[in-house]
Design a protein around this ligand. Structure first.
Ligand code: DX5
Ligand code: ZN
Length: 218
């Protein structure tokens, strides 16, 4: 199987020791930053300032996942704060194409996220413009939830849609990813896995990252 990119989520990190918890994942491909606004999802987390703080404390690129209502208004701000990738939910966007352009103009890669109940067909008209598609494999809002098995089928549907369009966005999966399901996710088409509790829930984070990579090669 192809090598997968790993993006540990700092939702499960110790925020009071963020610099140390970023150091601990220096072997990761991206650091995943979960932005929650208390509206689109019940939980509340980070703003653009935290993205700046992340960028100031690690050379690992930042993958920012916006779980916010009205991303039309704020998405580009996260790119300006230094995010390397900014992804927003299609369910929350009013003018998705305009948001993608704004993220690109601000110098970041742009991604769209789909919730577990949102069909892959909702990406048809925009997939050509995306650098990344993020398939949620839990309902967003919290770390440590159980992987929803139907997500595997959606990952292969995203790969099929991308092939049909002759594009190859990063296909990222978020929620309940671990060494236990890495191989089947990669087989279905995933090229990047978010891992919150599967990395930050372990004492040795570098070993946890290596374990997921290794499981993905099997
Ligand atoms: C969930 C977040 C995830 C979360 C994943 O709303 O988008 O990124 O941190 O955590 P785990 O890997 O523990 O499911
Ligand atoms: Zn996330």
């Amino acid at each position: 199987l192809e090598d997968v990119m790993i993006a540990p989520s700092i939702l499960s990190a110790d925020i009071a020791n963020l610099a140390a918890d970023l150091d601990a994942i220096s072997t990761a491909d991206y650091v995943h930053v979960d932005v929650m606004d208390g509206h689109f999802v019940p939980n509340l987390t980070f703003g653009p300032n935290v993205v700046k703080a992340v960028k100031a404390n690690t050379s690992v690129p930042a993958d920012v996942h916006l779980m916010i209502s009205n991303p039309d208004e704020m998405a580009a701000e996260y790119a300006k704060a230094g995010a390397d990738i900014v992804s927003f939910h299609i369910e929350a966007a009013t003018h998705a194409h305009r948001i993608v352009s704004a993220i690109h103009e601000a110098g970041a890669k742009a991604g769209i996220v789909i919730n577990p109940a949102t069909p892959v067909s909702s990406l048809e008209a925009i997939i050509d413009d995306l650098d990344l598609v993020l398939v949620m494999s839990v309902n967003p809002g919290f770390g440590g939830q159980k992987f929803i098995p139907n997500s595997l089928r959606k990952v292969s549907q995203v790969r099929a849609l991308a092939r049909e369009h002759g594009v190859s966005p990063i296909i990222e999966v978020d929620g309940g990813c671990s060494a236990a399901n890495a191989a089947e996710l990669i087989e279905a088409g995933a090229t990047m896995l978010v891992a919150g509790s599967a990395v930050y829930g372990k004492v040795d984070r570098a070993a946890a990252i290596a374990e997921i990579r290794e499981a993905g090669r099997a």
